[in-house]
Design a protein. Structure first.
Length: 448
């Protein structure tokens, strides 16, 4: 199950180490970056197998802020740090998947570093000189199988600036009490470990985000006073069979992620979540939706993809007029009820991979809709569908993946307001792709 769901995730997610929260261009070669040297802020040289030295011409990138050298196995990290230390604006450095046994003490020379990614190596310790990185906020150091976690936490407890720590896939089933001394820590990633319960020490920390995805949690024991500042908890791909209602005791919880567990129903107790804004319940075993979910008046985002829901089962959702995002991908929904017209605040709607053969006219009531996913719906009348979508004034992104298209159906040219088309998994040849692009030269297309 984990392998299957991971593959699905990887299909949709970028593998880039850098954050994609902005539109900053990521350059992929030194030669290309040097040609535009004054504008380069992000450079990724992932898997450059023949790169043995970081060239001095990199110093022409005076404004470089972020560099990723993941899986550049022939690079010497000492030489890399020597070059990078001359870039005064560098704040993010990734050197993952390179098999390095140690991090040089010269890492302290990257004085403005805020983010360090050294996961998936052979590290056992970090140098004490790391403490000289007074601006370091984010450290990603998971997948170092021989890492001495107690010594690491002892060192990091002296680093007052650290706010985010990733220890994913570190073979952990317990965590030392020392972690409590990381007093500035807000975001903790303990995914892909061996936890069967959430450690008591973690519950008392001042975290706002915690990730326990891909562990072995079966039951959660949450008490009043636990996680006083927590806003987001990731429990994806554990062994949970019941919706953990005890999470309602977390006073500031805004987002729950329960993707890929084994939950069969949404209990009545869900009404206790007074501040919840986002629920992700994709790829569970849900076949019904409790009416109690309609009492969650703060929930804006609801993801129920990959379950066993029918058109009848989802009817309570259409009373949640405050929703802005609804994901119903890959269920057993044969039609969309006309009551969908009540979701007038909806901005994102995903209904692909269902046995739907027609979108209801009431879709036209969704004036704020800017993103619709209708991939893998081969029985739609496309001319009729495109004519309808063309009348949605805010629509900007349309997903048409895995439709089996060889040629674009009639009516596609009507989508003049759309600026992004996702068309992965179709059967267009290069000529047809070019023809499609020429229809909307200012739009962005994704074909592969």
């Amino acid at each position: 199950m984990k392998i299957i769901t991971l593959l699905i995730l990887l299909f949709f997610l970028s593998t880039n180490a850098f954050s994609q929260t902005d539109n900053e261009k990521v350059y992929r070669s030194i030669a290309g970056a040097v040609k535009d040297s004054d504008n380069v802020k992000k450079l990724s040289l992932f898997n450059e197998a023949n790169l043995t030295l970081l060239p001095q011409q990199l110093l022409k990138l005076r404004n470089l802020e972020e560099i990723s050298l993941d899986k550049c196995l022939k690079l010497n990290i000492n030489q890399v740090i020597d070059v990078l230390s001359q870039l005064k604006h560098l704040r993010s450095f990734w050197f993952a998947q390179n098999g390095i046994p140690s991090l040089p003490k010269e890492i302290a020379n990257l004085k403005n570093l805020q983010e360090l990614g050294i996961s998936d190596n052979e590290l056992t310790e970090l140098p004490v000189s790391l403490l000289k990185l007074k601006k370091l906020k984010k450290l990603y150091i998971g997948r170092n199988p021989n890492l001495n976690i107690p010594n690491l936490l002892d060192l990091l407890s002296k680093l007052d600036s650290l706010e985010e720590l990733s220890l994913e896939d570190s073979g952990l089933s317990q965590i030392p009490e020392k972690i409590r001394e990381l007093r500035s820590l807000k975001d903790l990633d303990l995914s892909e470990n061996e936890f069967t319960a959430i450690p008591a020490v973690i519950k008392k920390m001042s975290l706002t985000i915690v990730d326990f995805s891909m562990n072995n949690l079966e039951i959660l024991s949450i008490k009043k006073g636990d996680f006083p500042y927590l806003k987001t908890i990731d429990l994806n791909q554990n062994r949970l069979k019941k919706f953990p209602v005890s999470l309602s005791l977390i006073p500031n919880l805004h987002r729950i992620m329960l993707w890929g567990d084994s939950i069969v129903s949404i209990p009545k107790g869900i009404k206790r979540f007074k501040k919840l804004e986002s629920i992700e319940l994709g790829y569970n075993q849900l076949s019904s939706i409790s009416d109690e979910i309609t009492r969650l008046t703060r929930v804006k985002e609801l993801s129920l993809d990959g379950n066993r829901l029918t058109a009848t089962a989802i009817k309570p959702i259409f009373r949640m007029k405050w929703l802005t995002k609804l994901d119903l991908l890959n269920n057993k929904i044969a039609y969309l009820d006309p009551q969908i017209k009540k979701l007038t605040n909806l901005e994102e709607l995903y209904v692909g991979a269902n046995p739907i053969d027609k979108l209801p006219d009431e879709i036209l009531s969704l004036k704020k809709l800017h993103n619709i996913g209708i991939g893998k719906l081969p029985h739609l009348n496309w001319d009729q569908t495109f004519s309808m979508l063309a009348q949605l004034p805010s629509l900007r992104t349309v997903s048409l993946y895995y439709e089996g298209f060889h040629k674009m159906p009639n009516g596609f040219e009507k989508l003049t307001h759309t600026t992004f088309f996702i068309m992965n998994g179709n059967d267009f040849d290069n000529k047809e792709e070019q023809k499609i692009i020429e229809l909307f030269p200012l739009a962005k297309f994704e074909f592969n």
